[in-house]
Design a protein around this ligand. Structure first.
Ligand code: ATP
Length: 232
């Protein structure tokens, strides 16, 4: 990995009332890698991703994203994200939903065809969104996040709630996106998933980063906390 970090975080803290979601997080996301943010429920993964997107303001610390401030319009131009169930219009087709988003951003229609192909939805793109399965809807969400070819793709538990086939294809698409050079930052509570998709892993537990390395190096570690998370 060369060049400036895509994301640089130092000393970031965030509490919600008495809940300390992040207790002083330092990390760097280097371009061209697929990062997994791994940790159990409530570890602070979603809060971390929302801070990178500028949706949550940290109580302290510094955050630089693509060289700029998180949430700033210029910064957001370089980011595609799927951090909650995407809102699509049910009575429009998947393709028309994407065309609406593309047009709003001044992107050409062939960009819609391109992203549909990446997530293997071309054959079903002209069906109404209302008839889509959860997995198809999630794939359309990833397609929407890919409009405009962002350099950084942020996905919060992208396989959550999908059936095994949906999980397998989502993992394939994300790997493919990473192989094309997009920097990916995704959260997961499954070691097996991170092993399948990612080349780097940030392990977060109780609001702290407890490991940040290649997947193979972190796997080789024998720290008790890390092992507990591996087993969960
Ligand atoms: P999960 O896998 O369950 O999504 P997570 O690792 O993404 O977990 P976060 O969603 O970041 O964890 O939550 C970290 C902690 O902060 C949790 O205890 C959560 O209940 C709390 N929290 C997060 N957002 C809020 C909020 N808006 N208001 C109150 N508490 C919150």
């Amino acid at each position: 990995s060369t060049g400036q970090p895509a994301v640089e975080i130092a000393g970031v803290r965030k509490s919600f009332g008495a809940v300390h979601a992040l207790r002083g997080v330092d990390l760097r996301v280097m371009p061209g890698h697929v990062y997994g943010v791994l940790g159990p429920n409530g570890a602070g993964k979603t809060t971390l991703l929302r801070i990178v997107l500028g949706l949550v303001r940290p109580d302290g610390g510094s955050v630089t994203v693509l060289g700029g401030r998180p949430g700033h319009p210029e910064t957001l131009k370089g980011i595609g994200a799927l951090v909650e169930s995407p809102a699509f219009v049910p009575y429009l087709s998947g393709r028309t939903n994407l065309k609406v988003l593309a047009r709003a951003r001044g992107l050409p229609n062939d960009e819609v065809a391109r992203v549909l192909q990446v997530v293997d939805l071309t054959d079903r793109a002209d069906e109404r969104f209302a008839g889509y399965s959860l997995g198809m809807g999630q794939r359309l969400g990833v397609a929407a996040a890919l409009l405009g070819s962002p350099g950084l793709l942020i996905l919060d538990e992208p396989t959550n709630g999908l059936d095994p086939e949906g999980v397998a294809s989502m993992r394939t698409f994300i790997r493919r996106i990473g192989e094309q050079g997009t920097t990916v930052l995704l959260s997961s509570h499954l070691l097996s998933e991170v092993q399948q998709i990612c080349d780097r892993v940030i392990v977060i537990n109780n609001g702290r980063v407890i490991a940040d390395d290649t997947v193979s190096a972190v796997r080789a570690r024998t720290g008790a906390t890390v092992l507990k998370i591996w087993a969960s």
